[in-house]
Design a protein. Structure first.
Length: 70
């Protein structure tokens, strides 16, 4: 099973490869500079998932908190 952090790492590798002017095959698609926006959007999504997974593992809540006003 691929973890969210592993997916972030793959998207970073793809982003770096494309920025270096190379094409890369990722998820069955061949990506080039024209696909950089899609790669970055995918990376951001997986970074959010990795952050949420890390928060859950650390026992933190789901991104919200409750305030008590006296």
């Amino acid at each position: 099973m691929t973890t969210a952090q592993q997916m972030v790492d793959k998207y970073i590798e793809a982003e770096l490869a494309v920025l270096d002017g190379r094409t890369i095959t990722f998820g069955g698609r061949t990506l080039s500079m024209a696909d950089l926006k899609d790669i970055r959007e995918g990376r951001l999504e997986w970074e959010r998932r990795a952050s949420a997974a890390a928060g859950s593992a650390a026992g933190r809540n789901k991104g919200y908190s409750l305030a008590t006003f006296n």
